[in-house]
Design a protein around this ligand. Sequence first.
Ligand SMILES: O=C(O)CCC(=O)C(=O)O
Length: 269
Amino acid sequence: MATIDLSPCRAVTPEEVAHYKQNGWVQLRSFVDPAMLEALLAKAVGIMGEDGDSNPPYGIDQPYFNAQLGNGYADPAVRPLFGPIGQAAKLLMDRRSGTGVRLFNDFFAPKLPAAKKTRNQGNGPTSFHQDFITFAVDRSGGFTTWIPLEAYGPEAGTMSFINGSHKLGILGNYSAYDGKDIREVWPELNDLEVSDPIDYALGDVTVHSHMCVHGAGTNQLDRPRWAYLVLPQPADARWNGAPPEAFDPAAHNMTPYGEFPDEAFPIIA
Ligand SMILES: O=C(O)CCC(=O)C(=O)O
């Protein structure tokens, strides 16, 4: 059988897949070659400035981070990342039908320093939330590959996860809790363990299911916490017709319960 070239990443292990299935998230240590991270950081700084705050607004204003489209698939320097992420996604999604993987979205998400007055929003904490409902897709299986572009610890506002929360069903949109913490709205989350904020060495990433509740503290550094987020979906996921945050159905001539067009949302595994 022909072997698939996984550079600039590595294969995920059966233990990592098991951790993901049990907890809804997993840390993949030394997953990405630091040379790719360097290229991504240079690209991010080129678009957003050294301060991660010199870009025009992206249209999603919230305290978690200052978002900017990555458009990495069109960039020959970044594109090699998507094949290996697709292969990892196939194992993590583990669809018995053998269904493939679609690239849904990729964007830079610098969390800006809490102590600085910023131009764009994005210098607050990431309140605990579940992603699924914001993506307006008709089935679960999608996840976020959260790729820090430098080594970061908790003081930078790194990710924490509520272990096993992906098994609780769909918990609503983060904007629909009337200012309450998700754990007040869904007290059953308090029966579950919360992971410590992750320590990411250079090359480490985390993957969290769009059903897994996660959050992060503020960035206490005096510079941005740079992260690049890559979101695969099962290839057969369809737009459910609700207003989506992450894509513009009109721009792609999409219809409710129609497929995502391959040209804009490429198949990566
Ligand atoms: O980067 C962060 O602080 C939050 C990321 C997040 O909420 C997400 O990936 O859904």
